[in-house]
Write a protein that binds this ligand. Structure first.
Ligand code: NAP
Length: 311
């Protein structure tokens, strides 16, 4: 484990959109890290040692304490296992894997190796999420609606992996909503689900999922990737203390239309702060509740075939 003062020497894997948009700026501004290496088949990062694969990176003569794995979920388990076997701490982009049991396998391996595993859920770090959690804990929830509707052409252009089996389809954004819901609501479980699969794709473009909380309140989620124009990332709760609207993906909170929290987001800087904290404390942080709900939705989901989707 790096000492409390020494920066964590980090390798980053799968240099695509999220690495460029969020990981590299967040790492550059955090003194807890020194980015020393990158592994990507078709991309490089300036100023560090570059490799085509994580295996080459781990075998090379570069001192690395930790890796951030930012490839699509279908190929993350193999890379995570290689890193854990080599004694590295592992930061997993969301979703942490393609199945629940493969991430359980990683949790067990991290424990056996005495290194930290971080299943990062960036939306849990959205600015108004903790305020929403505190509000809901102070009242009685009657019902909840989750509406996560966005334009797949705008946010995921030319991402073929997302439409393949294990790519999650509309659950790629939907799991962000579930990562917030599982943090601010009582425990819940899926009771019914309908999934819309485009005729030419192996992953759904829309999903309607009904949950019940352990105390019997309904939670109705609608995920849809066909929304053009304004985008919707809202969680609405009817409560004894009024209507709570957590909107803009967790950035803004209103109670009975009165805005009580609205701040710029800092999700990735906070994720990297949390990762350094668990590495230095010798702990893991790998909650699989959002992934379990996605698995259950696929398990119970009625499959509808809808119009083919073309980029
Ligand atoms: P992306 O732009 O497609 O980048 C992923 C990179 O992984 C690719 O550029 C590719 O780089 C590498 N890769 C390795 N094996 C691959 C394979 N079999 N198929 C495709 N790419 C492979 O995707 P992204 O948007 O950055 O998303 C990556 C992860 O971050 C996903 O789990 C996603 O849910 C999460 N995330 C994305 C966003 C976002 O706004 N885009 C936000 C939050 C989280 P090489 O070809 O160079 O190897």
């Amino acid at each position: 484990m790096p000492s409390a003062e020494a920066p964590i020497r980090l390798g980053i894997v799968g240099v695509g959109k999220i690495v460029r948009d969020q990981h590299l700026p967040a790492i550059a501004r955090n003194k807890d890290y020194a980015l020393v290496a990158a592994a990507s088949r078709n991309a490089t990062v300036d100023g560090v040692a570059n490799f085509a694969t994580i295996e080459e990176m781990l075998a090379a003569d570069v001192e690395i304490d930790a890796v951030s794995l930012c490839q699509p979920p279908q190929v993350r388990h193999q890379a995570a296992r290689a890193a854990l076997e080599a004694g590295k701490h592992v930061f997993l982009e969301k979703p942490p894997g393609a199945t629940v049991s493969e991430v359980e396998d990683l949790k067990a391996l991290a424990t056996a190796k005495g290194v930290s595993l971080f299943a990062s859920w960036h939306s849990r770090y959205a600015p108004a999420v903790e305020a929403a959690r505190a509000f809901l804990a102070s009242t009685r929830i009657r019902s909840v609606a989750i509406d996560w509707k966005e334009d797949v052409r705008r946010w995921h252009p030319n991402q073929d992996w997302i439409w393949r089996a294990g790519g999650f389809g509309v659950f790629d954004p939907g799991i962000n909503a579930l990562s917030i819901a599982t943090h601010i609501l009582p425990p819940m479980f899926v009771v019914s689900c309908a999934l819309d699969f485009p005729d030419n794709r192996d992953a759904p473009i829309a999903a309607r999922i009904d949950f019940l909380t352990s105390t019997g309140q309904p939670v109705a989620a609608v995920f849809d990737w066909r929304q053009t124009g304004p985008q919707t990332w809202d969680i609405t709760a009817e409560t004894d203390a009024g209507r709570m609207l957590l909107s803009a993906g967790g950035a803004k909170l209103a109670i009975d239309s009165r805005v009580v929290h609205d701040e710029p987001e800092q999700e990735y800087p906070m994720l990297y702060r949390r990762f350094a904290e668990i590495v230095r404390a010798g702990k893991s942080d790998a909650d699989l509740a959002p992934l379990q709900h996605v698995a259950d939705a696929f398990m119970l989901g009625k499959r509808n075939v809808v119009e083919a989707f073309f980029d």
